[in-house]
Design a protein around this ligand. Sequence first.
Ligand code: ADP
Ligand code: MG
Length: 613
Amino acid sequence: MPESPRQSIHRMSDILASQVAAGEVVERPASVVKELVENSIDAGARCVRIEIRKGGVSLIKVSDDGCGMSKADAAICLQRHATSKLVQVEDLFAIRHLGFRGEALPSIASVSQLTLTTRQASDIEGWSLSSEGGIETPLTSAGRAPGTEISVSNLFFNTPVRRKFLKSDDTESGHVEHQVRLHALAFPEIRFTFVRDGQQVFDVPATHDLRFRIADFVGRETAAALMRIRPTEAPGVRVTGYLMPISAARRNRRMQFVFLNGRPIEDQIINRAVRDGYGGFPPGLHPALFLYLEVEPALVDVNVHPAKREVRFRRPAEITMAVMDAVASTLAAHARGDAESEPQTNVPEAPPAVVPRQPAPATKPQAVPHTPVSPPEPQSQRPVLRLQPLVVPRQQELELPPAPAVAAEPVPAAEPAPVAPLPNFRHLGTLHQQYAIFENKEGMVLLSPRAARERIIFERLQASNRHPLVSQRLLVPELIELDTRDMGIAKEVKPQLEQAGFQISPFGRNTLRVEAVPAILPLRKVGDFVQELLRMFTSGEVRLTRARNPFEPFARQLARQYAQQEDITSYLQEPLPLLSALLECEIPYCSPGGKATLLPFPMTELNRRFSNA
Ligand code: ADP
Ligand code: MG
């Protein structure tokens, strides 16, 4: 091929580079809102007001009462890689701000008409500048309250193809609202006002109590069922937040909020740790929760996703354990009725808002439009996320092997089971020969003996790691005929069968001889039971091969199958010993498969339903 006479490699102009970067950072109006609000939060704002028109396409306006920018900063903030937050590459491992790449403002400016007005509290005047498609006008002085206001109009006006990808105004507004809600849940101490097409959608007052902020969004009734997560710490990690009871689980993840150092994240490792913490969860259902992780910045890489929604943990094992532990111990304590005695009553009507130091409109809904009026104290340094200083790990500690098999080390109970947990419960009767009814000081509790037995058996089997299970020798060994596939499986699961307390040996080509069964599982029809058990593995319904600890799925299946065939009449007649054994479990709240063992009906809930009827 003849060489082209023209040079084909050239440097992109800064504006073109910003437009290309905008493709990653600015996907839709909600992403603009995200970047602008993050900047406001980074600037230490205590009030952030977000206004959009036409789904954010015609206007996005974010105003804050944060630290503002000096004239010099305002002059360069729209330029590529202008950031006040990252100076050297080591800073990437100590990120305590939401932003750090210095590419949001130039990217947004390159695909919109942008106006910025800002003032530092210590300055007597503010500064304003505009840009159209990244081409800036000179700075002019402007009056405004301390803080910053950025208006973005006609998003994608110069990139019509991008604009075509946007959905309807309603859909885009919905995305923006969701985004603002995430910020508001991440930072309850900041007041957020959201205005859509001239109508105020919400105005949530600042509060120190996360529960009030959650209640602002989910309603007071739902918030009343929140269980406060027992704050759990591991080196470099702190887990707090609220769980909803299993009954609030959803088919989608819309009620699942996970924040890491103030950023909403979606993370498979965390999701799995949560499910493990619940002691398993029915497939297709997602627990509802508000989980807050504070992780030492050195332990997490937030620079792996353009919008920073995904993160990479440097020591996933510890984070996983802390999350699992937090969830499990919260549920356990709650099921025992000794949850941290945070009143589980309704959230009061008027949540105590944070009282602003200045006469700021923190409690009364503000008429539209408003400019945040409470100036922060002059700040020489920019605010950072409040994270307890923790020891930064040395390099070799950062490279620990992946998480140990979670099931191999059962979650330690948060505290010793109470010596006499049962005075709390009074047996009232039986419902439809299926459930035992109790009352306790909170209200009524139903117990499912089958699910309870499943949990108890499972945990006893699991404990065989530490204490081998006792076998019960059969007077007459049982012979079972199997087809070749089942025989093959029997050989594969022999170690698990033996760990559980079965003694089995081959007897001829297609026959197995069962000589002993686990003493905790007295079986009447040994042959049928073992055959059925093996069939679950042959059919592939339960798989051991992919499990980190193959005994766990085995024990889960064994417990399930045993509890299914048990006669529960005696448990219904005398359920207190069963309840007591359940409450001694590490995770009494649900079966290993995620079915509820206990269902509470608190008086608050019953009263509410009756008075609403
Ligand atoms: P980054 O947040 O990654 O630093 P941005 O492009 O989002 O980059 O912002 C560039 C800089 O502009 C920030 O580092 C900050 O100094 C300044 N800035 C942006 N928005 C605000 C704001 N609302 N208040 C104060 N300073 C701001
Ligand atoms: Mg930013």
